[in-house]
Design a protein around this ligand. Structure first.
Ligand SMILES: O=C(O)CCC(=O)C(=O)O
Ligand SMILES: [Fe+2]
Length: 294
């Protein structure tokens, strides 16, 4: 069953912007054409060596039928979860969302290796010597699974901490709906959050959010085996027309460290502390840039 989104399209689809699809992209090309200019790109072969390319719902069912997993509809047997998300239904099924792979499927870490060069260096995950900072930057271990049936992602958003995201599709198609940062005036950010007030971009409440009709989206379908680079500050949401399995890698380094510091400062209710943390993180960024040589 296909989500009927074309008919209700309510925002202008950008005719100037598209997302390149690249194969065999060298690190230098990635850095010069996409990372530093902050331009999304779909890389068709970033994870071609991963065993995860063999993942299917059935594969998970056979391997983990009795495993209990935490979904947005509560704890479930993996076997039941797979049945729910592969069944043809109009109701959104359960969602195994943003779960660190090393926590829920530790034995699959060798299926998501080697890390593609594009995600390096990654300053997330380092030890920042201040517990709360390290904890936040080690948050979710930066490689998360999203596993679901036909549905929309729960929110139009920018990613936390100004990270870049690499979304790799392993099974099924994923419709990516992406808005460049300059579209923010039309996207109705929920104040002091990273989320838009608009839930379904194909059925927006234009009475309350009239400017949304001016928002220019780029729409692409991410296919199994492909990786989308979503630069810091780009708004995005996703819709899947059927069962979908993907992983997301969050990355921060010299190209977006400033965004991370800004996120940190904005989230702090204490101005003095925010200044201190900002200075500390700037210093740590400087050290990282020397040691990681990028
Ligand atoms: O995998 C998806 O559908 C969207 C992932 C995403 O945007 C996120 O986890 O922040
Ligand atoms: Fe995201």
């Amino acid at each position: 069953m296909i989500i009927q989104e074309e008919e209700n399209k309510s925002e202008a689809v950008s005719d100037e912007l598209t997302i390149d699809r690249r194969t065999n992209l060298s690190y230098d090309e990635f850095q010069n054409e996409y990372l530093f200019p902050r331009k999304p790109v779909i890389i068709t072969d970033a994870t071609s060596k991963w065993k995860a390319s063999e993942w299917t719902p059935q594969w998970f069912k056979e391997r983990y039928a009795e495993k209990m997993v935490k979904t947005d509809q509560g704890l479930m047997r993996m076997g039941d979860f797979i049945d729910e998300i592969t069944r043809d239904s109009d109701q959104p099924g359960p969602f195994l969302r943003e779960q660190p792979i090393k926590d829920i499927f530790p034995d699959l870490m060798d299926h998501v290796s080697p890390m593609p060069a594009y995600v390096r260096p990654n300053w997330l995950g380092a030890n920042y010597y201040v517990g709360s900072i390290s904890k936040r930057l080690n948050r979710e271990s930066h490689l998360e699974v999203n596993f679901c049936g036909r549905r929309i992602f729960p929110y139009l958003h920018v990613d936390d901490l100004g990270v870049h995201a690499f979304i790799t599709q392993h099974y099924g198609d994923k419709n990516l709906i992406v808005y460049p940062p300059d579209q923010e005036p039309f996207l109705y950010r929920n104040e002091n959050t990273r989320f838009s007030k608009i839930y379904d971009v194909d059925k927006p409440d234009l009475d309350n959010y009239p400017l949304f009709k001016n928002a220019k989206a780029i729409r692409v379908v991410l296919k199994a085996g492909e990786t989308a680079f979503m630069p810091s500050g780009w708004w995005h949401t996703t819709k899947v027309p059927g069962t979908s399995l993907s992983t997301v890698i969050s990355v921060s380094n010299s190209s977006n460290w400033k965004d991370l510091i800004q996120f940190y400062k904005k989230n702090s209710s204490n101005t003095k502390k925010a200044l201190l943390i900002g200075a500390y993180l700037r210093g740590m960024g400087f050290l990282q840039s020397i040691t990681s040589n990028k």
